[in-house]
Ligand binder design. Sequence first.
Ligand SMILES: Nc1ncnc2c1ncn2[C@@H]1O[C@H](COP(=O)(O)OP(=O)(O)OP(=O)(O)O)[C@@H](O)[C@H]1O
Ligand SMILES: Nc1ncnc2c1ncn2[C@@H]1O[C@H](COP(=O)(O)OP(=O)(O)OP(=O)(O)O)[C@@H](O)[C@H]1O
Ligand SMILES: [Mg+2]
Ligand SMILES: [Mg+2]
Lengths: 249, 249
Amino acid sequence: MARKIAITNQKGGVGKTTTAVCLAAALRAIGKRTLLVDLDSQGNASAAVGLIIEDDGPTLKDLLLEKGVASDYIVATGWTDIIPSNNALKDVEEKLLRGQAFDRIKTALQPLETRYEFILFDCPPSFNIFTKNALVAADEVLIPVDSGFFPLLGLKQLLEEVGYIRRGLNPSLGLLGVLACKFDRRSSLSEQTYEALKSHFPDKLFRTVIRVNVDIVKAQITQQNLFEYSPSSKGAEDFLALAKEIVHG
Amino acid sequence: MARKIAITNQKGGVGKTTTAVCLAAALRAIGKRTLLVDLDSQGNASAAVGLIIEDDGPTLKDLLLEKGVASDYIVATGWTDIIPSNNALKDVEEKLLRGQAFDRIKTALQPLETRYEFILFDCPPSFNIFTKNALVAADEVLIPVDSGFFPLLGLKQLLEEVGYIRRGLNPSLGLLGVLACKFDRRSSLSEQTYEALKSHFPDKLFRTVIRVNVDIVKAQITQQNLFEYSPSSKGAEDFLALAKEIVHG
Ligand SMILES: Nc1ncnc2c1ncn2[C@@H]1O[C@H](COP(=O)(O)OP(=O)(O)OP(=O)(O)O)[C@@H](O)[C@H]1O
Ligand SMILES: Nc1ncnc2c1ncn2[C@@H]1O[C@H](COP(=O)(O)OP(=O)(O)OP(=O)(O)O)[C@@H](O)[C@H]1O
Ligand SMILES: [Mg+2]
Ligand SMILES: [Mg+2]
């Protein structure tokens, strides 16, 4: 059975996509069969793995409209399997909302449960129908947090939302952990944020911290796998440590 | 007549709220009467000016439901006037969407046009009904952009969305400019991003660049006005320069 992890935080720019893509690559590097699902109409996870799809190409949008099966939409890029998205995803939001269709992803991915060991969902920066679909389909939630005031502010709302989904649509949904991202050892701000997270989530804060690292961004610009682009970078080191912490606990 | 500026970018974490709040403070510092409108259910702009409102307090949500008039909802904080928001804003999204209510903000703010010289809209990281309301109410769009791959990727979609609103609901909507945020002179990435923006927007890229500056974040943590917290900081300098560039061209 695949471990299904929703990577979510409604605060924008905290490192959701970076975590989803780099963790998928790190899990692959330690031999775990991993599928990435891009649930954001920005299509950043898809672009990061080299897939910038024209508006009418086959994407998650079609799967959500129940056209065909999930395996029809899997693209095997050189370094990760992905069900990609693009801006056309926005077009189905109202329809899914009207139909209260919260379990489309869960149902569509069920046949893939034995094919993968991990399925990672990259969520958009809002509690929209796509994030809710991911929270209904997932078993675990991973919350990336950046340093500063606003990222901490939104955690209460985020946990309320997760609790709401757990009580109603997905009783088995648990918090895998909170991940400190873009951590800068030189800045007191990062230390302060980490300490604040430690006191709020004493047993749910990952020991692994993702340090700020320009190689991560350069790998994204060249749409390359961080582990090929710069295997000895701080980013590669940190995401490998994260993958091992998730696999071995 | 107030200049109404929508500060928007669906890419998360690029600096929308920071720009809205610091620009409001900078405009006030040069004597311009300014109103800030928080259109994000995260309520970050409201929190930054010291207003973390309990769920049932008076916020933009009630104004959108056409309860009372705009002036009922204005809070005069020590350093800016604001119509605040909180998480309850999410509760009206479906209702406004069903009613295709794109001009609620425009209509509600009309009586304030002579009372302010600038009205700034802080938008959420998505093209939802609140961003659309801001684009219908505004005359000008200011687009903050952070360095890296994903922030540049989304600009095409953003300009398409602005064009769509201009053709249909708001023919007078224009692009005020693109603003380079979190600029780090030590990093080649910032230079590369700036050059890319310059070639795409030769006459719409602000001369002013907002440099990365920890005082900006520390002022947010203490919910203070950057111009009081650290008047000689790089952040205060840059936002003052931005305000002057917007006022004088
Ligand atoms: N550890 C890091 N070091 C340096 N830059 C990083 C790091 N993590 C993320 N970034 C950069 O920060 C920006 C935001 O990250 P990312 O886009 O992954 O966040 P997100 O939460 O997915 O954003 P959104 O809310 O728009 O979906 C990106 O430009 C990314 O390249
Ligand atoms: N010039 C700057 N220097 C340092 N930090 C900055 C700067 N501008 C913004 N930040 C920090 O970057 C983070 C993102 O900025 P901000 O929240 O303003 O972006 P946003 O676009 O409003 O995000 P969202 O998409 O969630 O609405 C915040 O934690 C903020 O403190
Ligand atoms: Mg993302
Ligand atoms: Mg914001």
